[in-house]
Design a protein around this ligand. Structure first.
Ligand code: CP
Length: 311
């Protein structure tokens, strides 16, 4: 919050560079990290493997005789000679659940690096987003514990689970009462759910799972919409797309559902497909805080950078 109110004006990153490695597209993460590093007195080096830098192999002991030009081992060790931290965005490919849930690319960065690695959204987590989300809830309601709904929404194709995973975990860590609503088959990871339950219990909150969209919105004070793919269908997107078709126009956040809430705020990490995930009427309403969430990315990331890199 001190970074939002301009109480911190020193330049903890003066003379330092931070590499931002984007395997996937971004608006908010890229812009807010670049601006934040600049405002803290540092310099951002943006790299896009396969675009503005070489394609990268992350697996150990492979014969690199196909498409990948450079190994992550050299990539990281070279960057370490120039920069003080590395931010990484690497989405799930939605191909192999048992492999991707272990964060193979992010873990490889951590294995080879001797400096801070900042997760800018990985296969399983988006911590910068969930910190901005928690800041947004706190700005609206102070330290009160709220009734929070994480609502699955229909989308034409399966999406990664990083945002719902991190949002659910952070909500439990902050002790809110969390309701997760999704159709059967769209459960979050079992091991993560155990941790979410443990965090909720330890912080005075609760967890409820609902599969009925008509009951999901009753009396909640925060609605967080997000679509995600079924881990049962990792590697088989067409099966997921076929099975989810029945939820189209049903699992959408619209005015009728928001009417059932206790005047809830509407949240989404963005980007969002209008009139697919949420209607124009809801996202354009006074209760929508999606732009505040995006703004808060800047402040939480400045706090993370300052904590990691202050000399
Ligand atoms: N919410 C979020 O991370 O946005 P970008 O994908 O645009 O960075």
């Amino acid at each position: 919050m001190k970074f939002k109110t301009d109480e911190i004006t020193n330049k903890p990153l003066h003379g330092k560079s931070v590499a931002l490695v984007f395997f996937n597209p971004s608006l908010r993460t890229r812009a807010s990290m670049q601006v934040g590093i600049y405002e803290l007195g540092g310099n951002a080096v943006i790299l896009e493997p396969g675009g503005t830098s070489w394609t990268l192999e992350h697996r150990e002991n492979v014969v690199m005789d196909s498409g990948k030009t450079e190994h992550l081992k050299e990539f990281v060790r070279v960057l370490e000679r120039y920069v003080s931290a590395i931010g990484v965005r690497t989405f799930a490919e939605l191909k192999d659940w048992n492999l991707e849930r272990t964060e193979p690319i992010l873990s490889a960065f951590e294995r080879y690096a001797g400096m801070p690695i900042i997760n800018l959204e990985s296969a399983m987590h988006h911590p910068c987003q969930s910190m901005a989300d928690m800041m947004t809830i706190r700005q609206k309601f102070g330290k009160q514990k709220k009734k929070v709904l994480l609502a699955w929404a229909w989308h034409p194709k399966p999406l990664p689970m990083a945002v719902p995973n991190s949002f659910a975990l952070a909500t439990a860590q902050f002790g809110h009462d969390l309701r997760i609503a999704h159709p059967k088959g769209y459960e979050l990871d079992d091991e993560l759910m155990q941790e979410i339950e443990r965090q909720a219990k330890g912080n005075g909150g609760s967890i409820e799972i609902i599969n009925d969209v008509d009951e999901a919105f009753d009396e909640v004070e925060v609605v967080y919409a997000k679509s995600w793919g079924s881990f049962h269908h990792y590697g088989n997107a067409n099966q997921d797309i076929r099975e989810r078709e029945i939820y189209r126009n049903k699992w959408i956040v619209d005015e009728a559902k928001m009417q059932k809430t206790n005047n809830a705020i509407f949240m989404h990490c963005l980007p969002v497909r209008r009139n697919v995930i949420v209607t124009d009427g809801v996202i354009d309403s006074a209760n929508s805080v999606v732009i505040d969430e995006a703004e808060n990315r800047l402040y939480v990331q400045k706090a993370i950078l300052a904590k990691l890199l202050r000399s």
